[in-house]
Design a protein around this ligand. Sequence first.
Ligand SMILES: NC(=O)c1ccc[n+]([C@@H]2O[C@H](COP(=O)([O-])OP(=O)(O)OC[C@H]3O[C@@H](n4cnc5c(N)ncnc54)[C@H](O)[C@@H]3O)[C@@H](O)[C@H]2O)c1
Length: 261
Amino acid sequence: MLLALGGGVTGDLVGFVAASLHRGIPLIHLPTSIIAQVDSSIGGKVGINHPRGKNLLGNFHQASAVFIHPQFLQTLPEIEFINGMAEVIKYAVTLDATLWDLLEAEHGQILDRKPDILEQIIRRSVELKIQVVEKDEKESEYRSLLNFGHTVGHAIEQLSQYQMKHGFAVAAGMLVAGVLSHQLMGYPASHLKRLRKTLNLFKLDDVKISKYALIDIWETIQTDKKARRKQPRFTLLDSNGQPLLFQAVSREALRNAVDVC
Ligand SMILES: NC(=O)c1ccc[n+]([C@@H]2O[C@H](COP(=O)([O-])OP(=O)(O)OC[C@H]3O[C@@H](n4cnc5c(N)ncnc54)[C@H](O)[C@@H]3O)[C@@H](O)[C@H]2O)c1
């Protein structure tokens, strides 16, 4: 049995070792960062990065148990806390309007790490992730809705040689996906404005995507595991804010979106 005590990197690495040793030994997660508590410890994805791609070496290996204690978050550096909030925002924007309202209304309490509100948002995020994973554990289809913001997000992370934190990259990716959704799928301007505002409330709107050449982003997303025949596929949102999976996006459309991010 292996115990993974730490953030998402520890959980992914220890999980990968647990999945590989004797073709799988039991694993228990004790996640200590917000990303690990709301996301990486739930759902069984384990893996490590490779210079050729994020999580290129990976597996599915469900933990026997996950013990989450929000108190761990009190010692998390500020930047790591904000970083983790990107995944919570992703759940809210794609799956739960009530959670989105709560994030907006209580952003001050959340950033002050008041235990009660932390417990509420962690509990709700875990419930949402479990609901998705239970429907599609191996990501044949539905689970890919959790990739909202991750297509461009992973590309930026890789282009920064993993110097950029996952949540900040995902936040920039969510904005690109939001703009694409607006430009291509009729996602309302009011929702897009709200997404920008929420990222701003949680200090996640700092990434200058224009720093990266579009050609580099395009080439990187073509090698994404989810691309098909070099055609990048995005999770977008429709006119009702509902997720649309595996949406093909042209280079021109991506340029138009990045230009207004
Ligand atoms: N497997 C999945 O489904 C999944 C989902 C989302 C993200 N991830 C992966 O998770 C990783 C990001 O996770 P992360 O943000 O936890 O990064 P991390 O594990 O690097 O932790 C961030 C930093 O915080 C420190 N830390 C962790 N807990 C702490 C605590 N309680 N007090 C003080 N410091 C603490 C760590 O030592 C580290 O320096 C990425 O590699 C991402 O790809 C995996």
